[in-house]
Design a protein around this ligand. Structure first.
Ligand SMILES: Cc1cc2nc3c(=O)[nH]c(=O)nc-3n(C[C@H](O)[C@H](O)[C@H](O)COP(=O)(O)OP(=O)(O)OC[C@H]3O[C@@H](n4cnc5c(N)ncnc54)[C@H](O)[C@@H]3O)c2cc1C
Length: 392
């Protein structure tokens, strides 16, 4: 079968890119190893995604946002960054951004479900589920994909959206820089007794970071990053012991806390592809840049990149040019690198600073929080990065 575009991976980035392309009328195939029943009703995976204003705008344009019921969208009204046990916090409020919220929390499985629903009625988009890609090749005329069952598919352009450990990126010989933090992120949801007032807390406790992110119905998303050797102990804790431990680590700010989900561990490995395109081939989502979750930018960046690539392809189509030409793909590569390079290295720098225990690092952390609060341009810069209102 011949397609215009083949997308490998129906995660949130692959589905959003396919949705962005759907109205062009191009024939699009989305290859996913999971069955369609999982795409239609993805299981809860513990990830509560903090979305920026730019992501909301893109998702609204794609008709994905409106498919998520309001009760499953929690607005973040304020944010506080704390250093160790010090009560001093770098604080942000939605009024400073002149917006109704700094950002929005939505469960990853609900984003995936809505992205799938937004696509399923397009006749020119074919979901090839329960299909694993075994081989990818491209030349100056076409891309060719071999599936596990031996089927051979052809397209003018191949898009890799198959996660930060993208096998197709490797098959296409695109190098990646990989940073294994040797740490694990544990996520879960908890019920809080005292109101969180829709404030997000990020607490840097030297060897651990702990984020408490506000959700509707007195729930909060808990994000802990810690040494991988310690994570097994935490996963093995009883519900009661875990809840008591988080209460203590948050200085009882939220009163009684009760675990309301399983604990989901994710290994912390950040990845950055050396280039985001090759001949008739482009990377989107985590396959291009796999971020550390501490700055909550992974999907936001993936969505922005997918939208940039879709816009480049649309421009080429409306100019009557080859949409899969090197010029189109290079333009995407340039634009997306400009946005993602500072974000990627900045995030990794924050991780290093906030997980080091040296006196210099402690001093630098304290100074940075004060600078962030007191130097107006610095605060505005962080606020813009957090909300992406300027880019929206
Ligand atoms: C704990 C945690 C918290 C996070 N919090 C935030 C946040 O607050 N804000 C934010 O913006 N981001 C956040 N992120 C990041 C966000 O979850 C990811 O950026 C996003 O899910 C990546 O989507 P993706 O579609 O690129 O990749 P994935 O979700 O990894 O999807 C890849 C898809 O490709 C399929 N696939 C893989 N290989 C093949 C193959 N060979 N053949 C066929 N199919 C294949 C897989 O089955 C999968 O469906 C967080 C991440 C974590 C781990």
């Amino acid at each position: 079968m011949k397609y215009d575009i083949l997308v490998i991976g129906a995660g949130p980035a692959g589905l959003c890119f396919a949705r962005d392309m759907a109205k062009t009328g191009l024939c699009i195939g989305v290859i996913e190893k999971q069955p369609e029943s999982v795409l239609a009703d993805p299981p809860y995976d513990g990830r509560e995604i903090a979305l920026t204003h730019l992501s909301r705008k893109i998702m609204q344009e794609l008709g994905i946002w409106d498919l998520i019921p309001d009760e499953h969208i929690s607005g973040i009204k304020a944010a506080k960054v704390l250093n160790g046990r010090s009560p001093y916090a770098l604080s942000f409020d939605h009024h400073e951004a002149n917006e109704d919220a700094l950002g929005f929390m939505i469960s990853n499985h609900r984003i995936r479900k809505a992205a799938y629903e937004s696509l399923k009625n397009f006749k020119n988009v074919h979901l090839l589920t329960k299909s694993e890609v075994l081989k990818v090749e491209t030349d100056n005329e076409k891309g060719q994909i071999i599936l596990e069952d031996g089927k051979c598919l052809e397209s003018r352009l191949v898009i890799a959206a198959d996660s930060r450990f993208s096998a197709s990126r490797r098959m296409m010989g695109v190098p990646v820089s990989m940073l294994d933090f040797g740490r694990t992120c544990i996520v879960c949801t908890m019920h809080v007794e005292s109101p969180h007032h829709y404030t997000a807390y990020e607490c840097f406790h030297f060897d651990r970071t702990l984020a408490v992110l506000p959700l509707n119905n007195s729930q909060a998303s808990i994000v802990i990053t810690l040494g991988s050797e310690e994570s097994a102990k935490v996963i093995g804790m009883s519900k009661h012991a875990f809840s008591a431990d988080i209460e203590r680590r948050t200085d009882n700010r939220f009163g009684k806390m009760n675990l309301t989900s399983k604990l989901f561990p994710y290994p912390l490995v950040a990845t950055f592809a050396k280039r985001f395109c090759a001949e008739r081939f482009a990377l989107v989502g985590d396959a291009a840049v796999g971020m550390h979750p501490v700055t909550a930018h992974g999907f936001n960046l993936g969505l922005r990149g997918a939208h940039t690539l879709a816009s480049e392809i649309r421009s080429a189509l409306s100019a009557g040019c080859d949409f899969s030409s090197q010029k189109t793909l290079e333009s995407y590569n340039r634009k997306h690198r400009r946005v993602s390079t500072p974000l990627y290295h900045g995030t990794n720098g924050i991780v290093r600073l906030y997980t080091r225990n040296s006196p210099v690092a402690k001093l630098a952390r304290r100074a940075l929080l004060r600078l962030g609060n007191n130097i107006k341009p610095a605060k505005r810069l962080i606020l813009n990065q957090l909300t992406e209102t300027k880019a929206a």
